[in-house]
Unconditional design. Structure first.
Length: 561
């Protein structure tokens, strides 16, 4: 009879799960050991910290649409790894979490150290994971381990994706699997067959009729476009209708922002032309976006008002459609399929489509689309607007960019146009500092031939210095660009003249990078930045570009425009 830790590897391979991120520890060590002979089919990535591993697993799920494994000792996956698990949960990224209880077998009732069994004197790891996973199971025997892994893979991808967790008692991990015991162990493939829900034809047809009759239709695209990989279908329907496309923050690059119909981001951090165009719309086609408060200027009726606008909301989850606003039509089904079929019902010439295309070009020209005088400033320290613009002008449409939490993501999101659909990845679930640098590692693993740039602040990057070691170990030529103003910019902006706990001592991240064995470059003048980025993208290994950034430019200034 095979042992559970060996069969877990076979289940992963059968399910097409091909990446494991984490750190060996506790009861999971036998599973790691069993992966040794499977490395031709499963890539094992050793992180320096569970937090970084969880971010890598999160972005892997977003890009591939299937889970990677986050694995390690339970106490530390549940705590340090919780950072990326929460982001995946709130951003709907599939992820498979394998963790142990570290119960020491017969001593689980005697408060053994590190134990998460939930007994007196230990912590309850089940409660922790249940609060941040869409599916959590607790396996106490070898058969439950295997069945739990099979079901967790299924649940991570079914419907609205998310993290799914298998918590295992230590003896269950190494125990022998009895293939004759009921319930029986069945092949994994059968659990994964089937497809996500498809919207009814009548709903698609009715939505098409509303769009045909619209005078000023506007499309709002969210993170669901990325998750369903529906970028092409979104662009097709926009061009067919002549409808401009605004995105949520998490939907940034759902359509390339250099596209004639792109409006950029909407909401609190959005382009003026995006908000004004949405406000004037008579029909809103909302694709994979839940319309959260930051997207809607805190539900400002001057932006979106169902009393004067018809809202058609497309989503895979019926709870999301009509969640924050009442809708004219809720089209529930897999988004890529829904958009594709919607174009089929929009047959013939669409009245007003060509006129709308001309109007939006003029509106963007007058509205200062992704433009500001500060983006041309020669000031030193460098203004963040100029940094964002230099990034845009330094890259082509092959580049992939990860953003981080804090003002750096807002500056970049507001002033850097994406050049290709699906090219920008950002934290927007819990949106924690430090997500961007490790996420960039996984992006580079999946796209080794494309430039990958991590944009972060000094605060977030300092939390994740260990990514430099991982980048070197796996030869990942990521460009880490740091907006370094030695402070927590967003916090400081909101403190006014009473600064407390928001200012850091100056730190030279280029020297730190060099100490790791990476390339490290200091940039103090605007004209130095573009050459530094271009050279870093050609380098074979990781590069840190430490950009001396102005302390004096608050993002609140942009929000008031």
């Amino acid at each position: 009879m095979a042992r559970a830790h060996e069969m877990i590897c076979d289940v992963l391979i059968e399910a097409g799960v091909d990446h494991v991120f984490g750190i060996p520890g506790g009861g999971t060590i036998p599973i790691w050991n069993a992966l040794y002979d499977k490395q031709d089919r499963i890539n094992v990535i050793l992180a320096r910290h569970e937090q970084g591993a969880s971010c890598m697993a999160d972005i892997y799920g977003r890009i591939k649409g299937k889970p990677a494994v986050l694995m390690g000792q339970g106490a530390f996956i549940a705590s340090s790894g919780g950072f990326g698990i929460l982001e995946a949960y709130l951003s709907n990224s599939p992820m498979l979490i394998l963790a142990d209880t570290s119960d020491m077998g017969n001593f689980s009732q005697h408060a053994s150290y590190q134990s998460g069994s939930g007994e007196y004197g230990s912590f309850d790891i089940r409660d922790i994971f249940r609060g941040m996973c869409k599916f959590t199971t607790y396996a106490v025997n070898p058969e439950e381990v295997i069945q739990g892994v099979q079901l967790a893979i299924k649940h991570s991808m079914a419907g609205r994706p998310g993290p799914a967790c298998v918590i295992m008692r230590n003896r269950a991990i190494t125990g022998k699997v009895n293939m004759e015991r009921i319930p029986m162990i069945h092949p994994t493939g059968g659990y994964l067959k089937g497809s996500n829900p498809v919207a009814p034809d009548d709903d698609i047809k009715n939505a098409a009729e509303i769009l045909k009759e619209a005078n000023k239709p506007v499309i709002i695209a969210g993170n669901g476009v990325h998750l369903s990989r529906a970028h092409g279908e979104l662009q097709d329907i926009a061009e067919l209708l002549g409808a401009p496309v605004a995105t949520s923050y998490k939907g940034k690059s759902a359509i390339a922002e250099i596209h004639p119909l792109a409006l950029g981001m909407m909401g609190n951090f959005g382009q003026k032309v995006a908000n004004s165009t949405i406000a004037q719309a008579d029909v809103l086609l909302v694709a994979g976006c839940r319309l959260s408060p930051s997207d809607t200027l805190y539900a400002n009726p001057k932006l979106i008002d169902p009393a004067r606008q018809k809202i058609i909301q497309l989503d895979i989850d019926p709870r999301n459609a009509g969640w924050t606003y009442p809708v004219e039509m809720a089209v529930v089904g897999e988004l890529k399929s829904s958009l594709s079929r919607l174009t089929e019902f929009l047959t013939g010439e669409i009245d007003g489509a060509n006129e709308r295309k001309s109007e939006i070009k003029e509106l963007k020209s007058k509205g200062g689309y992704f433009d500001a005088d500060e983006a041309s400033s020669n000031a030193s320290p460098i203004l963040p607007q100029r940094i964002a613009k230099e990034i845009e002008e330094s890259i082509d449409d092959s580049a992939l960019i990860t953003l981080d939490a804090g003002n750096n993501r807002l500056w970049t999101g507001y002033f850097m146009k994406s050049k290709k659909a699906g090219s920008v990845f950002c934290p927007g679930g819990v949106a924690g500092m430090g997500w961007g640098p490790p996420a960039a590692l996984a992006v580079k693993i999946l796209h080794p031939d494309r430039p990958v740039i991590s944009v972060s602040g000094d605060g977030g990057f300092a939390m994740m210095l260990h990514v430099l070691s991982t980048a070197l170990q796996y030869n990942l030529g990521v460009v880490f660009l740091i907006m370094n103003n030695s402070m927590l910019g967003m916090i400081s902006d909101n403190q006014g003249d009473k600064k407390i706990a928001s200012q850091f001592i100056p730190t030279d991240f280029a020297k730190i990078a060099q100490a790791f064995g990476c390339r490290g470059v200091n940039v103090e003048k605007p004209e130095e930045l573009k050459p530094a980025i271009k050279e870093a993208m050609k380098a074979s290994g990781p590069t840190v570009i430490d950009v001396l950034t102005s302390k004096e430019e608050p993002f609140l200034k942009i929000m008031s425009r």
